[in-house]
Design a binder for this molecule. Structure first.
Ligand code: AP5
Length: 222
């Protein structure tokens, strides 16, 4: 495989920076981001059957069923060529999803290259999550303290002035999301570790340094 077609999982608790880093890898390397959170939010917005089932579960900070998320990942994979590198962001989140992903990739002649663990201090994550917001028009992500727009109240990318926050980004729901991560998602790390796939990155470093650390892994330099 060349660099471009490396397939990775970004694994870490809510607020670890999975979406932020995936966005940078898409921009820097033309990789494709597969975020089940984004796909589910799009389904909720569109009012599809999946969206209707997922909304209450997501608002409570719990996990949507394995069948639903693995099905939407499978559909998305069918739309992609073999020559692009994939970034799984927020998937898999359970052992059953990890198994499903292996099967989905194998059926398409692909396999995982790395599972990149974003190692973070959970106490700092609540602050990251409750401080974040996105441009209501183009979706660019911001943070009150760590990534404010260059001109206050104006999106750097599209120049609009409307911003929004996720309904599940309040302190109470974040606690449930963290508990779900610890109970169901963290246990898949040792499974991947046993296969020699896990690379640990310090997710508490600043955003650019985290990207550099990930890119070094993708380039085989770390
Ligand atoms: P999802 O959308 O996947 O949310 P999450 O895992 O809770 O992750 P987040 O988007 O909150 O965090 P992130 O790691 O992407 O951090 P970000 O880069 O934004 O899932 C939402 C819900 O959907 C789930 O609760 C569940 O209900 C459902 N769902 C989704 N996938 C599912 C699945 N597979 N199975 C079942 N259910 C599923 O960064 C956070 C903030 O910090 C940003 O403001 C950013 O600017 C800032 N920041 C990032 N990195 C740094 C840094 N290094 N230093 C300082 N600030 C930083």
């Amino acid at each position: 495989k060349g660099n471009v077609a490396v397939d990775i999982i970004l694994l870490g608790p809510p607020g670890a920076g999975k979406g932020t880093q995936a966005g940078r890898l898409v921009a820097d390397r033309g990789m494709v981001q597969l975020s089940t959170g984004d796909m589910l939010r799009a389904a909720v917005k569109a009012g599809t059957e999946v969206g209707l089932k997922a909304k209450a579960v997501m608002d409570a900070g719990e996990l949507v069923s394995d069948e639903i998320v693995s099905a939407i990942i499978g559909e998305r994979l069918d739309q992609l060529g073999k020559d692009v590198g994939l970034i799984f962001d927020g998937y898999p989140r359970t052992a059953a999803q990890a198994e499903a992903l292996d099967a989905l990739l194998a059926a398409r002649g692909r396999k995982l290259d790395y599972v990149i663990e974003l190692a973070v201090d959970e106490d700092a994550l609540v602050d990251r999550i409750v401080g974040r917001y996105t441009c209501a028009v183009c979706g660019e992500g911001y943070h009150e303290r760590y990534k404010p727009p260059k001109v206050e109240g104006t999106c750097d990318v599209c120049g609009n002035h409307e911003f929004k926050r996720r309904p599940d980004d309040n302190a109470e729901t974040v606690r449930t999301r963290m508990a779900e991560y610890r109970a169901k998602t963290a246990p898949i790390l040792p499974i991947y570790d046993a296969r020699g796939l896990v690379r640990r990155v310090d997710g508490m470093a600043d955003i650019g340094h985290v990207t550099q650390a990930i890119e070094a892994i993708l380039d085989g330099k770390a």
